[in-house]
Design a protein around this ligand. Structure first.
Ligand SMILES: [Zn+2]
Length: 324
């Protein structure tokens, strides 16, 4: 079956009824504890979600990855897990499959792998993210880089969650920006506030968005032994009345995979492995002790540590300006 809004609604119903693990995890999600904390004026939510331990504590080093069966490859997925096909740009040889994520954070949470077992690298594939954002009008798409929270860095995939969940979706319009580029279709800017190194591409044109994205990606620093710049990406399509739709893309520039709180011994330990959802404003703590402990101070420390510094941001923005 192909991806469309009707088939997706049918798939959700079917999977939640026929797949016990998914059904019970979605049911449990409705009862998870949530608290709100404002940090530097930005409204975060903290979600205590024990089922997410599989992702937050996932071993993503090369050895562990090579020793496990890839859970996104079709032949290793549970027989009960069904999907919808999405062909991007006529590439029917290697379509995407839209799957229900059995370990949800969102009331509606999708995982969207390519059919082929192909490394998690965004270059050349961002256009699919834009196109999927338009195909899935009720969802925000997200991408976690191989060293930025992806628990399958060996198999290319996006995820998506229902709109109205990540706090940044509504907060973005209140955040100050420094303009980087303005064209008839597109505004590129640096978003100020709690997230250092946050680039926004706001465009009515998916082609222009894609072109600008690739240019930005080409000047971002790549760490030694890594295959791409460290990024998390959020992308959604927004339609306001009487207006052309706009593609909103947020690129978070990362410095670190997991914060020192993750590795700390004793009281300062917090098992939080930040990825796109956390940077979208919803922090996931799989352990109850961390849910109660985490406060404004720890959130600020974690954000400062995992995102690039203000001085690096300045240098990168200057570089971006030279290629746009
Ligand atoms: Zn795979």
């Amino acid at each position: 079956m192909i991806l469309n809004t009707h088939n997706l609604a049918v798939l959700f119903d079917e999977q939640l009824n026929s797949w016990e693990q998914a059904g019970s995890n979605y049911e449990a999600l409705a009862k998870v504890l949530v608290k709100e904390i404002t940090v530097d004026g930005f409204p975060f939510k903290v979600q205590f979600n024990p089922a997410r331990i599989v992702s937050s504590a996932a071993k993503v080093d090369a050895k562990s990855i090579s020793e496990r069966k890839c859970f996104l490859c079709k032949e290793n997925r549970p027989a009960v897990q069904k999907g919808l096909e999405y062909i991007n740009n006529g590439n029917s040889e290697n379509p995407y499959t839209v799957l229900i994520n059995p370990f949800p954070i969102f009331p509606k949470h999708l995982t969207i792998p390519l059919l082929d077992h192909t490394l998690q690298l965004i270059s050349g594939r961002f256009d699919a993210m834009l196109n999927l954002a338009k195909e899935l009008p009720g969802y925000t798409l997200f991408y976690n880089g191989p060293k930025c929270g992806a628990s399958a860095p060996d198999h290319f995939h996006f995820q998506a969650g229902n709109k109205g969940f990540l706090t940044i979706e509504s907060e973005l319009k209140n955040m100050e920006r420094d303009q980087i580029l303005h064209t008839n279709n597109t505004d590129v800017s640096l978003v100020k506030g709690i997230f250092s190194g946050l680039i926004l591409i706001d465009s009515s044109s998916p082609e222009e968005s894609n072109e600008i994205f690739e240019k930005i990606l080409s000047v971002l620093p790549v760490k030694e032994q890594e295959a791409e710049p460290m990024v998390n990406i959020l992308c959604w399509h927004e339609i306001s009345e009487g207006e052309q739709g706009r593609f909103i893309t947020l690129i978070y520039l990362r410095d670190k995979h997991r914060p020192s709180h993750y590795f700390a011994q004793g009281d300062s330990n917090i098992l939080l492995s930040p990825a796109a959802v956390d940077l979208g404003g919803v922090l996931i703590t799989p352990l109850e002790k961390d849910f109660h402990k985490i406060s404004e101070r720890e959130i600020k420390e974690i954000m400062d540590e995992i995102l690039i510094s203000e001085s690096d941001t300045k240098a990168i923005v200057n570089k971006i300006k030279t290629v746009l």
